[in-house]
Design a binder for this molecule. Structure first.
Ligand SMILES: [Zn+2]
Length: 472
């Protein structure tokens, strides 16, 4: 498999190994419901990992949970709650959302608050190696000392400096220096130095520099160093995290270890737009996963996402969502019909080039995980089967339908062949309709068809008589 590394812009070979591939993806900051923009990243990586595992490659897929953060603290203050209560609630909500989206490929979730010891240890190393310094307010990373800061996001740092955030800390040496550790402004008196102290909904831990809490970027590298070591295979995440977050991760870990590169491959997922616009609080155009799924289903969200290369933006509109939903419905109906026809078809001829389809599908997925191409091939195969469904041998139809279903399932779709048991009442209506049709009483036959439809079933005429199915 070859993947386009967003740092070098080159396609890099992901060699097959007997050891697990180490993949880290930036996880959620748990202070709000998961929206479809977040889902875009997690669904794309879930499909990627499921595919790798299908090819026989083991993967250690690690996600961090940011449960110490300004946004969580702000929400906790607003609601006068313990920040960990907020974090726990939304962490559970995140896992619930993953379940709804059939995301089950993650090997390990690591909370920032469970890794304070590792965070402090990494900051100590950075201070010792001259890459970090202490002020009254915190510990900062010395950006100027790290030569390649800006290489991932291709930023001109000198152009950025003058306008860079108004600083609360006048002791900072460079406006771009970022906090590794934020000191508590108030004095903390507690006898229990092992537990975090909570002051005005803000958590603080005891450290060599007094009570404080970690910055955002350091949690990721402390966590990846613990589970993966100082270098690993793939770092993934949303493209909007390149600067300053991922840039800072590279600076921290490469400075702390003296080894580069931090990772072999950077995989960035494109933004999800809503009607061409970025989702934002001011536009009030956030669409939660719950909202989307209750309208269109979780398979439709996965299809909408995988219809695009993971690099590319996805533009959500009601039309694209509806189209994805319709495609999923026809796919499921196709599976039902293939099942029905293959049970009744006695004779047939011809075959389908499944080997060729398999070759092209795996070639697409191995080429920078080109899911839109693979999706296109699968739907093309569905059309080919449907167009000759009454001439192909039953065994061939069965085999081809299984092939289609298998590939959709590898990419994380949930496609049970829907309930095919039809109540007697519906069957009787369908046979009555057959009689009317036989007697050319078409108006009466149509009335019965409407009645069947109203009861939530549909009827299709086939060479083997009526094919009745439950609406999906
Ligand atoms: Zn991160």
């Amino acid at each position: 498999m070859r993947l386009q590394d967003s740092l070098s812009g080159k396609k890099i070979e992901l060699k097959k190994t007997s050891k697990p591939i180490k993949l880290f993806v930036c996880g959620p900051t748990v202070y709000d419901k998961t929206h479809i923009g977040h889902a875009r990243t997690y669904v794309a990586f879930d499909a990627f990992v499921q595919y790798l595992r299908y090819t026989g490659q083991k993967v250690f897929y690690l996600i961090n949970i940011t449960d110490v953060d300004d946004k969580i603290i702000a929400k906790a203050q607003q609601e006068q709650k313990n920040p960990f209560e907020i974090a726990e609630f939304f962490e559970n909500d995140f896992h619930q959302t993953e379940k709804i989206l059939n995301i089950e490929s993650v090997t390990k979730y690591a909370r920032a608050s469970d890794h304070i010891k590792e965070i402090i240890a990494q900051i100590k190393v950075l201070i010792k190696r001259g890459y970090a310094y202490e002020t009254q307010h915190g510990i900062y990373f010395k950006v100027k000392k790290f030569k390649n800061y800006g290489k991932l996001s291709k930023q001109n740092l000198n152009a950025l400096r003058p306008g860079w955030r108004i600083d609360i800390d006048p002791e900072k040496k460079d406006p771009l220096d970022f906090a590794l550790w934020k000191k508590s402004a108030s004095e903390i008196k507690t006898s229990d130095k092992k537990q975090p102290a909570i002051v005005d909904s803000e958590p603080f831990w005891k450290s060599p520099w007094g009570w404080g809490r970690p910055g955002w970027h350091i949690e990721d590298t402390a966590i990846t160093e613990k589970y993966f070591g100082v270098q690993y295979d793939i770092h993934g995440g949303a493209a909007e995290l390149k600067f300053p977050h991922h840039e800072s991760e590279i600076a921290q870990q490469e400075s702390a270890s003296g080894k580069k590169p931090l990772v072999k491959i950077w995989m960035h997922t494109g933004v999800l737009l809503v009607g061409g616009q970025k989702m934002s609080k001011s536009l009030k155009n956030f669409i939660t996963v719950d909202d989307f799924v209750s309208k269109y289903g979780s398979n439709a969200l996965r299809l909408m996402i995988l219809n695009h290369s993971y690099h590319s933006p996805v533009d959500y509109t009601d039309e694209t969502a509806q189209a994805a939903h319709n495609n999923i419905i026809s796919l499921m109906q196709f599976l039902l019909k293939a099942d029905f026809v293959s049970k009744h078809q006695k004779e047939g001829f011809g075959s389908l080039p499944l080997k060729e389809f398999e070759k092209q599908i795996t070639e697409s997925l191995d080429d920078d995980f080109n899911t839109p191409k693979a999706m296109g091939l699968l739907f093309e195969l569905v059309n080919r089967i449907e167009s000759s469904i009454y001439t192909l041998p039953a065994g061939e139809i069965k085999k081809a339908a299984r092939f289609v279903q298998k590939y959709f399932e590898i990419l994380g779709f949930v496609l049970p062949v829907p309930e095919s048991e039809i109540p007697d009442k519906i069957f009787n209506l369908a046979s009555e309709r057959e009689e009317f049709r036989g007697n050319k009483q078409f108006i009466k036959a149509d009335a019965l068809r409407n009645e069947i439809n109203e009861l939530g079933y549909s009827v299709e005429d086939t060479p083997f008589g009526p094919f009745v199915r439950k609406d999906i």
